[in-house]
Design a protein around this ligand. Structure first.
Ligand code: HEC
Ligand code: HEC
Length: 242
């Protein structure tokens, strides 16, 4: 990188150089030495500062520690199992669930954005770091394979894969994926193998609005048009999905 001294852009370029030097990704910005005229100097300066801030923020982003999370989640095993498989089908399996989704749920319980008499007290005293550690721990476990019943399986499959066009219900595949793996980047939870009773209960809670922690009402907006028969069928299908 070099600076063309004497140019009218000199002072701006020096500031850009300072901004770039204060940034670890300095070398990536060596394109800034172009002879000039391509960009407004202030746009360029602000851009460099923003990139530096972003990359620095990325380096200090908090991370979960699965080993610490294991120690912190001994009490959780009473209901969610030591291997992340719930002891009863009314409770969710946590093994293999996405880290970001687990962390969001624990934060929601703690902060009163998701309510449950059994779960909310469990999350009440968790710090942000506890939540990240515990999420890393359960997320690192191999997912549990569930079993679906034959009875309403094809009805459930049709809903999961095709939605219900008469009721303008989108397919579940669109967000939760064809094999129920969800989408970690978008915080769409994995569903495949989850307990039928738990899934059906959550769909009813979204339908009544008692569970209201879904961003942009993504779940409530479709669940309020699902019948009991449809909920039971799609929940059964999800249990066998992998
Ligand atoms: C007494 C039983 C019990 C204990 C102990 C317990 N949980 Fe739960 N957990 C539940 C129940 C029941 C639900 C579902 C509640 C609902 O409908 O919102 C749940 C839900 C969750 C969820 C949401 C899962 C999902 O798929 O959305 C997470 C995450 C969770 N628990 C983590 C924990 C952690 C971490 C601990 C320990 C600190 C813990 N639980 C202790 C019963 C328990
Ligand atoms: C537009 C995207 C989208 C579509 C389509 C969608 N979901 Fe969801 N679903 C979400 C999001 C986002 C969440 C998590 C909400 C939160 O953060 O608590 C979720 C959560 C759930 C949960 C709760 C999981 C748990 O562990 O507690 C169930 C069950 C569920 N969805 C079932 C379905 C079914 C069945 C369909 C199809 C009829 C469907 N979803 C379609 C976005 C979607």
């Amino acid at each position: 990188m070099y600076l063309r001294l004497g140019s009218a852009r000199q002072s701006a370029k020096i500031w850009i150089l300072i901004a770039a030097l204060s940034c670890k990704q300095f070398t990536e910005f060596s394109f800034l030495s172009f002879p000039g005229g391509l960009m407004n100097k202030w746009t360029l300066f602000t851009g460099v500062l923003m990139l530096c801030t972003l990359s620095t923020a990325g380096q200090v982003l908090a991370q979960g520690d699965a080993a610490n999370g294991k120690a912190k989640s001994a009490v959780c095993a009473a209901c969610h199992g030591t291997d992340g498989k719930a002891l009863v089908p009314e409770y969710p399996n946590l093994a293999g669930q996405h880290e970001g989704y687990i962390a969001k749920q624990l934060t929601d319980y703690r902060d009163g954005n998701r309510n449950n008499a059994l779960m909310a007290p469990m999350a009440a005293n968790l710090s942000d770091q506890d939540i990240l550690d515990i999420a890393a721990h359960f997320s690192s476990m191999p997912p549990i394979a569930g079993v679906a019943q034959e009875e309403n399986l094809s009805h459930g499959e049709n809903i999961y894969r095709g939605g219900i066009s008469d009721a303008q219900i989108a397919s579940c595949t669109g967000c939760h994926g064809p094999s129920g793996k969800g989408n970690p980047a978008a915080n769409f939870p994995a569903l495949g193998g989850q307990n039928t009773a738990y899934i059906a209960a959550q769909l009813r809670l979204f339908r009544s609005g008692e569970r209201a922690n879904d961003p942009n009402e993504m779940m409530r907006s479709l669940a309020h048009r699902l019948s009991d028969t449809e909920i039971d069928a799609v929940a059964n299908y999800i249990a066998g999905l992998r």
